[in-house]
Ligand binder design. Structure first.
Ligand SMILES: *Cc1c(COP(=O)(O)O)cnc(C)c1O
Length: 397
């Protein structure tokens, strides 16, 4: 997955442009810029690649989620449905706005189970926020129908799935809003960065203002701009955007490499009858950043995962015991451990997750192993890795 593996001349040239002008900020300083507007250029390039009318870059994927929700008017007391298997950024962004994260089970797609989503909808639900974990997507048709039926918004967290598609459309472009992360370990990276994409002009107008202290971005004198509503600072710098411009131009090259490496591994593991690959919803194409599969039981999965590590097969994850990606280790959320007091709405309405039953998620995540697919691995290395994995998994059965 990580685009940093293949930094080269394109990245160097883009960053040098910014250093040569000395303008590290995305707004203003028109005279000094030598015509370089890296954030704006990256927004235009992303809009084209993601088939979205509007793109706003921000400082991280977490900022993208926060800005997307804020732009859609999410605030105190609103409930946002999110999966039990994701990154902590999902509930961080919801809580940052005083809204309530409502955790919902995942199924064999390793993303939100639409039936479980429907059961979790209440009069306070405002958004369904699926997370396309490990390169593959939620059942977006089913979630979209639910959103239409109940008048909810669909916000896609595509931070781990850039370059994947659903019925031919880029992931992130299908919901009302979509979010990407360009942090250091993502498929394409800016060092730190993120993006919000949407086809709704009003959300875009909210997003660029909210992410820059409420600045209306009208006119050429920043100090004289108006502030139609309260905002915050989630700006990206020109240096980060410059790296992203180079990386985005290489996205298709990266996806092709991931697909080659993924396919070698998948073909090898397909010969083990007990290995069941994660379900990709019909019409979906992964971005091939991970190969995820289920083993017959939690015990076998744990044993195989340990054996893989012992044999030097790195980059395979057992998410069930992971501190950051699965609800079981989110005791800071469960116990409401915040530095200051949480808003009243959150304290009163946050479900008691110590009593929650997510056994349906456990059934899948407990049996899952996800292997990161690196860009730098050669075909020969990949074949060797596949052979070792095949042997280790077979002997763990
Ligand atoms: C990386 C990631 C984020 C957050 O992105 P940052 O840029 O690290 O803030 C959010 N959601 C998912 C699924 C991610 O993988």
């Amino acid at each position: 997955m990580p685009g940093f593996e293949l930094f080269g001349d394109k990245e160097r040239k883009q960053v040098q442009d910014v250093l040569d002008s000395g303008v590290l900020m995305r707004y203003g300083f028109d005279g000094m810029r030598n015509g370089h507007w890296k954030a704006k250029e990256l927004e235009a390039a992303l809009a084209q690649r993601m088939q979205a009318q509007h793109v706003h870059l921000v400082s991280s994927g977490t900022a993208a989620l926060t800005v997307a929700l804020a732009s859609a008017g999410v605030g105190a007391g609103d409930e946002v449905i999110m999966p039990t298997f994701t990154f902590v950024a999902s509930f961080e962004s919801i809580l940052a706005l005083g809204a309530i994260p409502v955790l919902v089970d995942v199924d064999d797609t390793l993303t939100l189970d639409p039936d479980a989503v429907e059961k979790a909808i209440t009069p306070n639900t405002k958004v369904v926020m699926p997370v396309h974990m490990c390169g593959s997507m939620a059942n977006l048709d089913a979630l979209q129908s639910l959103c239409q039926k109940y008048g909810l918004l669909l916000v896609e967290d595509a931070c781990q799935a850039i370059g994947g598609s659903y019925h031919g459309k880029p992931l992130g472009s299908i919901g009302d809003l979509g979010c990407f992360s360009f942090d250091y370990v993502k498929t394409i990276t800016c060092g730190e960065g993120g993006a919000v994409i949407t086809n709704t002009e009003a959300y875009y107008q909210n997003a660029h203002k909210y992410a820059d202290h409420g600045h209306d971005h009208i006119g050429t004198d920043r100090g004289a701009e108006q502030h139609p509503f309260l905002g915050y600072n989630f700006r990206i710098s020109e240096l980060n955007a410059a790296v992203g411009l180079a990386q985005l131009s290489r996205l298709d090259e990266f996806i092709a490499l991931q697909k080659r490496n993924y396919t070698i591994l998948r073909e090898a593991l397909s010969s083990i009858p007990e290995v069941v690959f994660r379900r990709v919803p019909e019409g979906g194409e992964e971005n091939y950043s991970f190969l995820s599969f289920f083993l017959p039981s939690e015990e076998v999965a744990q044993k195989a995962h340990q054996a893989l590590g012992a044999k030097g097969v790195d980059a395979c994850f057992y998410w069930y015991n992971n501190n950051w990606h699965y609800y079981r280790k989110w005791e800071h959320l469960t116990n409401q451990k915040s530095l200051g007091k949480l808003p009243k709405d959150v304290k009163e309405s946050l479900p008691d997750y110590s009593k929650a039953d997510f056994s349906a998620s456990d059934l899948w995540v407990g049996r899952n192993i996800s292997c990161l697919i690196k860009l730098g691995w050669t075909e020969a290395e990949m074949k060797k890795r596949a052979k070792t994995m095949l042997e280790v998994i077979q002997s763990s059965m």
